[in-house]
Design a protein around this ligand. Structure first.
Ligand code: ATP
Length: 196
């Protein structure tokens, strides 16, 4: 069986940036957020469950997710958010399994923000945690998303602190700019290639 490796880290830590470099080394990456969106828009089973939970208005007439409607409910209702996650997370997990089986490289990556929070890192062979100081992460995301400090901080408050993620990491990639990112990724890549 091919080795499956999770890539996680707090908002703005640089997960995607790190994964793009692995892709340059020929390693396939499953981006869980992107795939979750695709499943919510196109998977029949997921769509009907979402409609049952949040109402028919959860989808526009063209079949696309009505993000505003869904956000307006789950933003203020924690129970509904949990129930929505219980629909989407297993669907993403199954989809990722299917995808992993199709890959032909020695190992593959799965990028997701909440791998540690939801325990799904336990189903992977290794976990990479990408780190950077909080202030730097906030600055980077404010710039990338054109948002503001409070919005980013709010999203960050729903995530486990970096130190708790590092405790369960097999590899830590420091994306503070203090250490060469490419060099660290190359070292992890070499180890994973040897173990597979
Ligand atoms: P999110 O959790 O929001 O998806 P992420 O962990 O995937 O974020 P990225 O999108 O990779 O993080 O990085 C956040 C922003 O910081 C991006 O605009 C990215 O280009 C920038 N960035 C990432 N790493 C560095 C770096 N080493 N130097 C400068 N900018 C960086």
């Amino acid at each position: 069986m091919m080795i499956s490796v999770g890539v996680t880290g707090g908002i703005g830590s640089g997960k995607t940036t790190v994964c793009k470099i692995f892709e340059q080394l020929g390693i396939p990456v499953y981006y869980a957020d992107t795939e979750a969106k695709r499943l919510m828009n196109h998977n029949k089973d997921v769509k009907s469950k979402v409609k049952n939970l949040l109402g028919k208005e959860s989808y526009h007439r063209n079949g696309r997710l009505n993000r505003k409607h869904v956000a307006s409910i789950v933003f203020t209702n924690k129970k509904k958010l949990e129930q929505l996650n219980q629909i989407v997370h297993p669907a993403v997990r199954n989809d990722a399994l299917r995808w992993t089986k199709e890959q032909k490289s020695k190992y593959s990556l799965q990028e997701a923000a909440l791998l540690v929070e939801n325990g799904s890192y336990k189903q992977l062979d290794y976990l990479i945690v990408v780190t950077a100081p909080v202030e730097m992460r906030i600055k980077r995301v404010v710039k990338r998303d054109n948002s503001n400090f409070d919005q980013v901080k709010h999203r960050m408050d729903n995530q486990l602190p970096e130190k708790d993620k590092k405790k369960v990491a097999d590899f830590i990639i420091d994306n503070s700019g203090e250490v060469s990112l490419i060099h660290q990724i190359w070292k992890v890549h070499r180890i994973l290639m040897e173990r597979s």
